[in-house]
Write a protein that binds this ligand. Structure first.
Ligand SMILES: O=P(O)(O)OC[C@H]1O[C@H](O)[C@H](O)[C@@H](O)[C@@H]1O
Length: 621
């Protein structure tokens, strides 16, 4: 079946009917949107997954689930066994989700109604499922084994992928061994990776995950990897502070090589380098990763020092391409990064080959659709009990929210329900002392608890009854049960809690979570976790029938920022403030003028060619 036919998912089984037994308004209230014509809404409903029998069966099933409590569901051992899965060393326990085996069966029907399997196959087959940009979605090819065949437009992409990986291996070994010399003959010890969004968050997540992993740690001894993402000059100062330009290499990472923030940061760092090492130093001190090698060359970076990737890799899915593998290989060595790629590849195989019923990303994806679209829980907390995973949530935020934060389906019809998920998270136990209060007694936020069996670092003090890592993991086990079971008023009474405190100290429980247990946090398992979450997000999007691989929503702000940029430039050059004829609304005009007035009172530096290195010297951080 062609992908365009798959997109009409749900039509086959559609029987119109608008009854929603759910007390929560899970479909959009279309009556308030006057700009939306009835016929377009009808069309949207007709083609939507929400019009299928499978969707309606789940809506009706909500009432049954509302009559259950997790403390009872957890007493059913058969259910718990059926709802725990283990594969590739990963153990995932879904038994604390507000779902029964019947729910899973109904979700499988939904997956079939959405043509989920066919859509997964279409992705691997290189169909242009990113239809608004007419692109294939093949990040799985960036971690394919050498002998795999993954085609775009009939051409196997894997040899090109390995062509770049082989170059990264050779280049990183040259730099790490000291054979590659900086402009003054010193070896390169520090890497500053300049990039934002997908050209930053994935690499930062993996870097943070590996910093304390024993093998990676050994490989990175004496080396520094820093990231420069924000266009804020404060971020420049923090990224460069204390680095010796003679020993520093900047890796400019940008899929498009046009992103305003990245390009200004790249020019700023170039100026920092050349002001101290001379114009010619760019050749030894700046390299690039991009799909736009023409612009890389125009920027002044030697094409020999540029590492390409392809338009079939979405920015937020690009960490396994040169975007992540180049800076991370420079820091940890290519061998470590190859392990990471293998882990992601293993999860890719699992996703493609495992029947839906035991497919980990599919189950995670379907259960999150259940939580969001049926139970009415739009948020999810990602809670790793592992400090090394502290940048997982920020990365998944982009993967998930930029992918599925959409208002129309893949055919452009307004969605009759809210898609997307609000993701956030912090490592445990830090989060417990911050936002868990809300999760325990306020809003219901389904949680992903992630625990590790063998910690990257081991501390066991002599007089303690458990090791430090055991202490951390006690919380991993306890929190999931606290959310599920809660604490009843009767229990509190039996503990002689005074009456007036009982409402404050009781917990409803029945709050869903998933527990994920990894044997260890190695480069390999980091790759597995990455791909698990990427595919979960794809599953959600495939079921909602949206295009998870474009991101038009980020454009409007960029266009408006460029108008403001022109205005500020004019105001600086012509020493004037904004007036009514400049085309800004009243509020923005006032805000801009407040800003410009404030700036005139400052001793503002004149534009200059070189980065004011003395700023760093005078302001040690
Ligand atoms: O890699 P670049 O082309 O510089 O893009 C960086 C980022 O730009 C935009 O914000 C997009 O929404 C992101 O998806 C992308 O990752």
């Amino acid at each position: 079946m062609a992908f365009s036919q798959l997109q009409a998912a749900g039509k086959q089984t559609s029987e119109n009917g608008n009854s929603n037994p759910n007390p929560i308004p899970l479909t959009r209230d279309v009556s308030v949107n006057v700009s939306r014509s009835l016929s377009s809404m009808d069309k949207a409903m007709e083609t939507s997954i929400a019009s299928t029998d499978a969707w309606r069966a789940l809506q009706e099933h909500v009432a049954e689930i509302e009559n259950t409590h997790l403390k009872d569901l957890l007493a059913d051992q058969g259910r718990c066994e059926a709802m725990s899965k283990e594969d590739m060393g990963l153990y995932i326990d879904f038994s604390r989700q507000r779902a029964t085996q019947d729910t899973i069966k109904k979700l499988m029907d939904l997956a079939r109604a959405a043509n989920l399997k066919e859509k997964i196959d279409a992705m691997y087959a290189g169909d242009h499922i990113n239809s608004t940009e007419d692109r294939a979605v093949l990040h799985v090819a960036t971690r394919a084994r050498r002998e795999q065949v993954i085609c775009d437009d009939g051409k196997n992409q894997v040899p090109e992928v390995w062509g770049v990986l082989d170059r990264i291996k050779a280049f990183s070994e040259k730099v790490r061994s000291g054979e590659w010399k900086g402009a003054t003959g010193k070896p390169i010890k520090n890497i500053v990776a300049i990039g934002i969004g997908g050209s930053f968050l994935g690499p930062l997540f993996v870097h943070t995950a590996l910093r304390t992993e024993p093998k990676a740690m050994m490989q990175s001894r004496g080396r520094t990897l820093r990231f420069l993402a924000n266009v804020d000059p404060i971020d420049v100062a923090r990224a460069l502070n204390g680095l010796d330009p003679e020993e520093t290499m900047a890796v400019v990472i940008s899929k498009t090589f046009t992103t305003a923030e990245t390009m200004l940061n790249a020019r700023t760092v170039r100026s920092w380098l050349t002001s101290q090492l001379g114009e010619e130093s760019v050749a030894q001190h700046m390299v690039a990763v991009s799909t736009n090698l023409k612009l890389v060359k125009e920027f002044g970076i030697d094409p020999e020092n540029a590492f390409g990737f392809w338009d079939w890799v979405g920015g937020r899915y690009s960490v396994c391409s040169a975007v992540g593998i180049l800076p991370l290989s420079l820091q940890y060595g290519f061998e470590v990064m190859e392990q990471f790629l293998s882990g992601a590849n293993a999860m890719d195989d699992h996703f493609r080959e495992t029947p839906l019923e035991s497919n980990l990303p599919v189950l995670m994806g379907l259960l999150s659709v259940w939580n969001i679209s049926f139970l009415g829980y739009p948020a999810r907390a990602i809670l790793p009990y592992c400090q090394a995973l502290s940048k997982l949530a920020p990365h998944i935020q982009q993967v998930s929210m930029e992918s599925n934060g959409k208002g129309v389906d893949i055919n452009g019809n307004v969605l009759p329900f809210e898609a997307g998920e609000i993701d956030f998270g912090e490592p445990g136990t830090n989060g417990q002392h911050s936002f868990y209060q809300l999760i325990h007694q306020g809003r219901v936020v389904p949680c992903d608890f992630i625990g590790i069996v063998r910690s990257q670092q081991s501390v066991y003090l002599k007089d303690e009854i458990v090791s430090n890592h055991d202490e951390l993991m006690c919380n991993f086990f306890a929190q999931a049960d606290a959310l599920a079971y809660g604490k009843s008023r009767e229990e509190l009474r039996s503990q002689n809690v005074p009456d007036y405190l009982i409402p404050h100290r009781s917990f409803t429980g029945n709050r869903p979570s998933t527990s994920l247990l990894l044997p260890e946090l190695s480069a390999y398992t980091v790759g597995q976790v990455l791909a698990l979450y990427e595919h979960q997000v794809a599953v959600q999007g495939f079921v909602w029938n949206i295009n998870s691989f474009d991101q038009w929503g980020v454009e409007l702000g960029k266009v408006l920022a460029s108008r403001v940029r022109q205005m500020i430039n004019q105001s600086r050059n012509k020493h004037r403030f904004v007036n009514n004829s400049d085309g800004f609304n009243y509020s923005t005009t006032r805000l801009l003028n407040k800003y410009l007035q404030g700036k005139t009172q400052l001793l503002y530096p004149e534009p200059r060619d070189v980065f004011p290195a003395e700023l760093l010297e005078h302001n040690p951080l």
